[in-house]
Write a protein that binds this ligand. Structure first.
Ligand SMILES: [Zn+2]
Length: 240
């Protein structure tokens, strides 16, 4: 059996002329990893691997989701070669039912919340968004985000993350869209919440800065194609 498949290396996708490019390969999977492609003598000399983060700003939503899925499939294959219950090796890279105990290894998707906290500017009443700069992304500001913990609802996770990272209280968060984010297999769940009370106190080991910015005076923010940018743009356009 053969099909058209994306070639994946980590979180990067094989591209030609800057665009994701599929190969017709002898597999039943819609994605194959770089090493396996080389082992099948697939010619990758005409292109290059480009990171999903770079590609996503110019992809339409359907292709972005296909590639996000392809990256997550390969990550799942590469990190689930053995049954996690009894240790038996899976028979093929794409089959994840244990041949010994029949335990099925479903792909792991990790929910993360990402939140825009908004308030009126105390002086001008203009809408402001809370943006934070992480130590690891030194040039851009983004929204408050973090993994959902066991036993939490999404809304609890939003309130906890905001309290932990910037020390403020918020009103009940409202859902604002989601995005499959293959770093390595997150489902980003977006929220908007109104500021309730408290002064910003940075979680120093995570954040370099966090402030409320007027929507007409934002710093460098997350690029197009990210859910952070989508939420920020929606707030700006509804108040613009
Ligand atoms: Zn097993």
């Amino acid at each position: 059996m053969a099909t058209w498949a994306w070639v994946i290396d980590g979180q990067s996708v094989y591209c030609q002329d800057g665009l994701p490019h599929r190969h017709f390969i002898p597999t039943d999977s819609t994605a194959i990893d770089h090493q396996s492609a080389l082992a099948l003598n697939i010619d990758l000399s005409a292109g290059e691997f480009i990171s999903y983060r770079m590609l996503v700003s110019s992809l339409d939503i359907h292709l972005a989701c296909q590639l996000s899925c392809a990256i997550q499939q390969i990550h799942h294959q590469n990190t689930h070669k053995y049954c996690s219950y009894c240790g038996t090796a899976f028979l093929t890279a794409t089959s994840h039912t244990c041949p010994n105990c029949h335990h099925h290894s479903y792909p792991i998707i990790s929910p993360c919340v990402i939140t825009a906290v908004i308030r009126p500017n105390p002086t001008t009443q203009k809408t402001q968004i809370l943006l934070a700069k992480h130590h690891r992304h030194t040039s851009i500001y983004s929204l408050i985000a973090g993994f959902v913990e066991m036993g939490e609802t999404l809304e609890m996770a939003v309130c906890r993350e905001v309290a932990e990272e910037v020390g403020i209280k918020i009103n009940t968060p409202n859902y604002s869209g989601s995005q499959a984010w293959p770093y390595p297999s997150n489902l980003m769940v977006g929220f908007v919440a109104r500021y309730h009370s408290g002064d910003i106190v940075l979680q120093a080991d995570e954040l370099a800065d966090a402030r409320f910015f007027d929507i007409d005076n934002l710093p460098a923010i997350a690029p197009k194609g990210t859910i952070a940018r989508k939420i920020i743009d929606k707030i700006c356009s509804s108040d613009g």
